[in-house]
Design a protein around this ligand. Structure first.
Ligand SMILES: Cc1ncc(COP(=O)(O)O)c(C=O)c1O
Length: 473
């Protein structure tokens, strides 16, 4: 039964008021077929009206076929047929999305879809998640429930732990005051956009590049241009001089997997300095290296305070945690704090306490050592299986880090998707097409191995290769 109200000061009769509320609830589905209405005596007592008022309202609903009387069961809502024909379709014009918003495309239209082999990028192995340890950290975090909003930048303890963590893992020296804890990498980029761009500004992205961030730029009315990626990273000479911001993924270029060379890093920083631009360095996959020694992050090479460094725990722990951070040049920090407070005030405090303990007690380092061994072995097996089984006209691109690789297929004109029957067969790979924003995409797909159990690696690649062979035109 729905909550009913009566207004004794209204011109409308009380019975009519009750009738309309119940009729609307039935039409809108809040009262479903077969649902029992409260007895007239109870409704009258609750609302302080006479029983005949309620009986009148019920009588009218019954006469119009909305409810039926049932012996011993009082009045119940009638079958759905009547309501379906009555449902109103009022569409307020103001609720139509703007043309800019209507053009935006979801990157992962249904993240909950499951398949036989989940080979989509951006997934991690749930069996590696240190559930027991995390539960302990979380329980302790809840021992002292906070009674107020937290610091918009994140707790000082977590920011301190993060500065120590990135000093150890990436050689970066940042102060806790220059860090803002965010809800993942994209949120960090969102904060940066809000404080350093204006609608109509030009931003440059890698082509191909990470679709959610491109859509985010577009949602802010920014003019997005692409600069091609070659075997050294973004082609700096293709970045337009008017670009105010350049977004790059130097540790493991998304989606091609290229590591930006040291030479290219210096070239990009020089370019930014000459053209007075800022750089967002998304270091999303740097923790999982399979070969080679790591290169210095742009943030560390930057002598000019132009780099906004973005880190995330989406790969190291789980994307569902929604924790990342932004290390920003000091002059931007007050504005970032203010805008953060205006949006959602602060990151979830209990999660931050748990993460602080997880990092400072050494659990993160232990977890990463274990995960690296698993992912490195999985990557090796996948490479091996691809070499043996992949049709000759499919070419996996090399990667040195990360949890996915790109595979280029036969370049038939007009064929830009991996065959749909891969999905129909439970082989969930991601097309390369959505990662090309300003140029025509090649035929190819991304193969993620984060969520694929190692013991299934060989079978998955064999099945994939067979399917690719069968689906050749
Ligand atoms: C380029 C890139 N940046 C960032 C992320 C992680 O984003 P978030 O921290 O918002 O989950 C991913 C995830 O796959 C990614 O591919």
């Amino acid at each position: 039964m729905v909550l009913l109200f009566v207004d004794s000061t209204s011109d409308r009769a009380l019975a009519a008021q009750l009738y309309e509320q119940l009729r609307d609830a039935i039409i809108e589905g809040r009262l479903g077929p077969g649902e029992r209405l409260s007895p007239t005596r109870t409704v009258a007592a609750d609302l302080g009206v006479s029983r005949s008022t309620v009986t009148d309202a019920y009588g009218r609903l019954s006469a119009e076929g909305f409810i039926v009387g049932r012996a011993g069961a009082g009045s119940v809502v009638a079958a759905a047929r009547h309501q379906a024909t009555c449902r109103r379709h009022r569409q307020a014009t103001v609720l139509a999305p703007t043309s800019q918003a209507a053009r935006l495309r979801p990157f992962d239209p249904d993240p909950t879809v499951e398949g036989r082999f989940d080979l989509r990028p951006g997934r991690v192995d749930p069996s590696l998640f240190p559930t027991k340890t995390w539960r302990r950290c979380m329980t302790r975090a809840l021992d002292h429930p906070p009674s107020q909003y937290g610091d918009p930048a994140g707790t000082y303890q977590l920011r301190t732990a993060l500065t120590q963590w990135i000093a150890r893992s990436r050689g970066m020296t940042t102060a806790p005051d220059d860090i803002v804890v965010t809800s993942g990498a994209a949120h960090a980029v969102d904060l940066a956009i809000r404080v350093i761009t204006r609608p109509g500004d030009t931003v440059c992205v890698e082509e191909p590049g990470y679709p959610p961030v491109v859509e985010l730029f577009r949602s802010w009315g920014l003019n997005v241009v692409g600069a091609a990626v070659d075997e050294e990273g973004i082609s700096v000479e293709q970045i337009p001089r008017r670009a105010k911001l350049v977004y790059v993924t130097p540790s493991h270029q998304y989606p091609l997997g290229v590591v930006m060379s040291r030479h290219r890093r210096h070239q990009l920083l020089r370019w930014a300095c000459i053209n007075d631009a800022a750089i967002i360095e998304d270091d999303y996959d740097s923790e999982f290296r399979h070969t080679n020694r790591p290169l210095e992050p742009l943030q560390l090479l930057d002598r000019d305070g132009r780099v906004l460094y973005v880190g995330t725990f989406s790969k190291t722990l789980t994307p569902s945690l929604r924790v990342g951070f932004l290390a920003a040049p000091a002059p931007l920090i007050p504005a970032i704090h203010a805008v953060r407070q205006a949006i959602d005030w602060c990151p979830p405090v209990a999660t931050q306490h748990a993460l602080t303990e997880f990092i400072t007690a050494g659990h993160l380092d232990r977890h990463l050592r274990r995960s690296r061994i698993t992912y490195r072995e999985r990557h090796r097996l996948i490479r091996q299986a691809l070499t043996h089984h992949l049709p000759a006209n499919y070419r996996p691109l090399p990667i040195h880090a990360g949890l996915h690789l790109a595979i280029l297929g036969p370049q038939d004109p007009g064929r830009h998707q991996p065959p749909d029957d891969l999905w129909a067969d439970g082989l969930l790979v991601a097309s390369l097409a959505p990662t090309y924003h300003t140029t025509n995409p090649p035929n190819g797909f991304l193969l993620g191995f984060g969520a694929l159990p190692t013991h299934l690696a060989h079978t998955a690649i064999r099945t994939l290769a067979r399917k690719l062979r069968e689906s050749r035109p």
